[in-house]
Design a protein. Structure first.
Lengths: 797, 293
């Protein structure tokens, strides 16, 4: 690993003896999960629990003329069949807008559709029964009369005056538009030696979590309190929204989030069927469980990435990039999602295009339109894969045009590693990035020159391999700039409370959440290291609004950087408090004492003085023996949010090595490399697997995943046979390397790593395919890169 | 995703199963490995009133070689075929094909009889039966019927079986000693249903085909034994001959359009497969050089 910043002169709280920081220690929750003792929402059974199944619209756009539930209500086990109108008596509709996204508009959305359905899969009625099977039986008998309306499906014609407007009150189908101009774009293009243009097309796809979305809502009328068990990334956000729309105080809503089987941003939103489940529990005064089945997941989990982006790049003959220009169009379904909105992805595209490069000349337009398809919103690496594919695709096209090697053009244009702090043409502020160090490391890892030679020799044998490079930046550790400033009650700060128990173990409550990425582990590593106790003595509690500090949760690559720093600061306070007590007991001074291996020791000679268990015994059971005036506080709480920079940007570069079968259009991935810089690495294995998992999701987008809609707005592949998720057999080995530039905003220095892999994988693959296809004089700028797309580009079919 | 309510009967013998089928006919479904039936029921695509579970009928499981014929019981699982020394020795083509069926968990449960009775046009085994000249043994209350594989597959999920019949076994002649084979399928991911696949069996003598059977799958509503194979038998195969065979093949196909491929793409890939198959069986890399016609 390479460090671009000098090490501090003194040991920090993290460099203590026996530190877990930077070590691949096993995750504390592994045994529990591997022994099948996890607690997922569908495992939860409560007395009198009922199961809800939603009757969903088969049409993309239709009027609801009538609902006849009489036969369904007579079915065995049925507790109730509830329409949108009936449910509206307990829950209010919402509008997914944020004030900092100027001009963003959307229409009120109800928990269950009232009068009209706007996408295939929108719920029109809820059937609640004693078992899921009974509810499904009854749901088949709910008869809904529809009058089909024109469906707006193609984003390219959604703004056409001849096309019907989905929400008449909004006037048109334009949800949001952003224009941005920096530098002297026209002049730059005019002075360029070459200007290259291309249109990039991105398939709509989704996150496909192993565990589907699931909720158990339990309204206790006697306590006037709603407990929501839900696999969510943001428990306090759910608490706020549920309370707001059910007319409750936040103190009347508890959100409990136990184990979660994958989230990827899918579970950071508020879905209509989840709101309906909360409301049904209140209406029926009993616990209600909703578990989306796989077909429902495809039809209602947020989709993402459905973009068509025109791009233009100017370049001088010496390889200097003069300007970028983009025009992005995306269709988001009939409503902007709540509460994070569906304008963020397009907004991110505008923010991020050209981000790694020096040029200041940049023009961008992004338009977000409504359509009668499932809702779109933020999924892992929001906007990054679009921006990276467009930017890196254009850079490669420019390099090809002027005959410069793809690595070389990047060397000539990436922002220099000593140029920080600086800002991008879209106004993003960078604290410290390491593009050149990362690229240098990548080139060495992949043995770039040898690979080029191999490529050339294979080409002579009619074997067509390609190398693709993609530099990227990633938004992590977001401050309030992301949502808070726009009025959303989504906290950007996180809190951690740590306390020493009566036997010298540590209980740590944190507001970040765990969905499999290792939040629990990294928190325990930090607490154990800073305090000087072994990790097995640290118990981490997450995901419970009654029992953790207030905070944002885990999304946008923020858990380690923000929640981790709060853990560090809280533990430092606890450590100081313990040493104060120890000094009083030992008639020493705190500065001469330390905590190592679960015991207070002398700093000077390391000699053990008192076990933490003994100290705790004295404090809790024999406080009478402490000197007068000593009041031990063996619990400490600290909160943290970055204040200096709105986001802690990270950077990295990826490379793909693949083979294209030019007879069949099939792409075989041979190898993938990533070098990234997430600052301080707490657990190298967790970081590397985050990167690999992210890369695999990006490779899914590149080659396989697409929600295929027909012209009537019907999703035609809503199952695991036809929607192709990336599988292990097709995945290449993924080598991961690191450059480390810690952020100075926190003592921990950690930035996020959750989305870097997804950000650049598709761009690297597309560039590699085009590199392989070079002898054929064709360029592909559409993903997924299916055999059909490649054979068509090659003119074979 | 819960199946509609259904009645369940565990057949105690083949006779008992046939009795149940003769009484319930189309209202009943036979449960073998359940790898296609149960997902379809859970998706409520089908809602049989009665499930006749034949899983306990040990007499339907097993592989026997006798007098130049392999008899494979209908309940023989894909995993059994993959592990069988008899299959490896006498029908290596079948072993190769089975390795392409889905994933281990599915191969551990799925059965040859179930796959053939399901008759998915994109599945491997029906085409293998055509190529290998199999005879399908169907039993009803009135006795047994022997149906040539070429007569068995009638369309998408359609076969010559009546609702009252049970597929009990398949018989496969052991190919001559000098036979060679080729199996390949194009799938987006390993284990997926094929976009186009080919199970071929050949007798090669002095660089020429004495015999060539080309069992294609996913090229129309049922597997196809390509007649255009005849253009390659008893001739010196040149690029021109191969190209002509490819053109004739394209005429024979009636590919369906789905999300993976247009008919044009399926025709194209079928020709690529033919080219690669011939080049492989004749050990003539030169035939692949210019790509398919």
């Amino acid at each position: 690993m390479t460090s671009t910043q000098a090490s501090p002169d003194t040991l920090s709280a993290l460099d203590r003896p026996n530190s877990y920081i930077g070590k691949s220690v096993p995750r504390p929750n592994l045994d529990r999960l591997l022994q099948g003792r996890g607690l997922y929402v569908s495992d939860i059974e409560l007395p009198r629990i009922a199961h809800v199944v939603f009757v969903r619209s088969p049409h993309a756009h239709a009027k609801i003329k009538g609902i006849d539930a009489s036969a369904a209500k007579r079915m065995p086990g049925v507790i109730g069949v509830v329409s949108g109108e009936e449910l509206a008596t307990v829950i209010t509709p919402w509008v997914g807008v944020l004030s900092h996204l100027k001009g963003l508009k959307s229409a009120p959305q109800s928990a269950i559709a009232i009068d009209r359905v706007c996408w295939q899969g929108e719920a029109v009625a809820a059937v609640v029964a004693s078992s899921r099977a009974q509810a499904e039986d009854a749901a088949e008998l709910v008869s809904v009369e529809y009058e089909e309306l024109d469906a707006v499906t193609d984003m390219r014609s959604a703004l056409d005056p001849a096309i019907s407007v989905i929400h008449a009150s909004l006037g048109d189908n334009l949800a949001f538009e952003r224009n941005h101009e920096a530098g002297a774009v026209d002049q730059a293009f005019a002075e360029s030696d070459e200007v290259v243009e291309a249109e990039f097309v991105f398939g709509r796809h989704t996150g496909v979590t192993l565990e589907p979305r699931a909720v158990v809502a339990d309204w206790n009328a006697a306590e006037a309190r709603l407990t929501i068990y839900q696999g969510t990334q943001a428990p306090h956000m759910v608490q706020n929204i549920a309370a707001l729309h059910l007319g409750l105080k936040e103190s009347q809503v508890r959100v409990v989030c136990k184990d979660v089987g994958g989230s990827f941003g899918i579970k950071v939103h508020i879905y209509a069927d989840e709101m309906a489940t909360y409301a049904l529990s209140k209406l029926l005064r009993r616990p209600v469980k909703f578990v989306a089945d796989r077909v429902e997941s495809f039809n209602t989990d947020i989709h993402a990435r459905d973009h068509r982006c025109k791009g233009k790049i100017g370049v001088k003959r010496d390889g200097i990039i003069t300007a970028f220009e983009i025009d992005d169009l995306t269709g988001i379904g009939p409503y902007s999602m709540y509460p994070r909105t569906s304008a963020i992805e397009a907004n991110q595209v505008v923010n991020l295009v050209g981000g790694p490069y020096v040029t200041k000349n940049y023009r961008a337009r992004a338009r977000v339109v409504f359509q009668n398809k499932n809702v779109m919103c933020q999924y892992r690496a929001v906007g990054h894969p679009i921006a990276c594919s467009v930017t890196e695709g254009l850079v490669d096209l420019a390099a090809m045009k002027i005959g410069v090697d793809p690595v070389e053009i990047r060397r000539r244009n990436l922002i220099a590693d000593d140029a920080y702090p600086c800002a991008s043409p879209s106004g993003l502020r960078f604290e410290q990035l390491s593009h050149h160090a990362a690229l240098t490391k990548l080139v060495a890892m992949m043995e770039y020159d040898a690979l080029r030679a191999e490529q050339a020799s294979l080409r002579a044998k009619n074997i067509h391999r390609g190398i693709g490079i993609a530099s990227f930046i990633e938004v992590t550790n977001p401050s309030a700039a992301f949502y808070g400033v726009g009025g959303a009650k989504i906290s950007s700060q996180d809190g951690v409370a740590v306390r020493l128990d009566a036997q010298g173990s540590v209980i740590c409550q944190t507001s970040i959440t765990e969905q499999g990425q290792g939040s629990e582990s990294l928190t325990a590593q930090i607490v154990g290291s800073v305090l000087g106790v072994s990790m097995d003595r640290v118990r981490v509690i997450l995901g419970d609004t009654d029992n953790t500090p207030y905070g944002g949760g885990t999304w946008a690559s923020r858990g380690a950087g923000i929640g981790g720093e709060a853990a560090l600061q809280a533990t430092k306070v606890l450590r100081k408090n313990i040493l104060d007590v120890a000094a009083a007991i030992l008639q020493s001074i705190p500065g001469e004492l330390d905590i190592v291996n679960n015991a207070v020791v002398n700093v000077a000679d390391g000699a053990p003085r008192v076990e933490l268990s003994e100290l705790a015994r004295i404090v809790y059971f024999r406080p009478d023996t402490l000197p007068p005036g000593i009041q031990p506080e063996l619990m400490a709480t600290r909160h943290f949010v970055p204040r200096e920079y709105p986001f802690a940007f990270t950077n990295g570069v990826q490379a793909s090595w693949l083979e294209v079968d030019t007879d069949t259009g099939f792409v075989k991935l041979l190898k993938h490399w990533v070098v990234e810089d997430c600052g301080t690495i707490i657990n190298p294995q967790l970081v590397d697997e985050q990167i690999r998992g992210g890369v695999v999701q990006g490779l899914g987008a590149a080659l396989f995943e697409k929600c295929v809609y027909d012209e009537r707005g019907q999703l035609t592949n809503a199952n695991m046979a036809d929607y192709l998720v990336p599988m292990a057999g097709e995945m290449p080995d993924i080598d991961v390397g690191h450059v480390i530039s810690p952020t100075m905003e926190s003592e921990l220095g950690a930035k996020g790593a959750g989305e870097a892999g997804t950000a650049g994988a598709a761009a690297a693959v597309t560039n590699a395919v085009n590199d392989a296809l070079r002898p054929f004089g064709t360029i592909v700028t559409e993903i997924p890169l299916t055999p059909q797309v490649i054979l068509t580009a090659l003119g074979r079919i | 995703m819960k199946a509609s309510a259904f009645a369940y009967a565990r057949a105690t013998s083949v006779a008992n199963a046939l009795e149940l089928l003769s009484v319930h006919g189309e209202r009943a479904k036979v449960l073998s490995g359940g790898q296609s039936l149960l997902p379809a029921m859970n998706l409520r695509l089908i809602a049989p009133e009665l499930i006749v579970d034949i899983g306990q009928l040990a007499e339907l499981r097993g592989i026997v070689v006798k007098g130049g014929v392999l008899t494979i019981g209908a309940l023989t699982r894909h995993a059994d075929l993959l592990k069988s020394p008899e299959i490896a020795t006498h029908l290596p083509l079948l072993k190769d094909a089975v390795a392409h069926i889905a994933h281990p968990a599915i191969r551990n449960r799925g059965t040859i009889g179930g796959s053939l009775a399901q008759a998915d046009p994109a599945s491997e085994l029906p085409a293998c039966m055509l190529t290998l000249g199999a005879t399908i043994i169907a039993r009803g209350v009135g006795g047994e019927r022997r149906i040539a594989a070429s007569e068995f597959f009638a369309g998408i999920y359609e076969t010559a079986l009546t609702p009252q019949e049970l597929l009990v076994a398949v018989e496969l002649p052991v190919p001559p000693k000098n036979s060679t084979y080729f199996f390949h399928e194009f799938t987006r991911r390993h284990g997926d249903y094929a976009i186009v696949g080919l199970a071929a069996l050949a007798a090669v003598e002095d660089g020429r085909f004495d015999d060539l059977c080309l069992g294609y799958f996913a090229v129309r509503d049922r597997p196809l034994l390509a007649k255009s194979a005849g253009k390659l038998v008893d001739v010196a195969v040149t690029s021109a001959v191969l190209s002509e065979a490819c053109s004739a093949l394209a005429e024979e196909l009636d590919p369906l359009e789905d999300q993976q491929a247009t008919p044009a793409m399926r025709r194209h890939l079928a020709k690529v497969l033919l080219t690669r198959c011939v080049a492989s069986l004749l050990a003539r890399r030169d035939l692949c050089a210019g790509g398919p016609a």
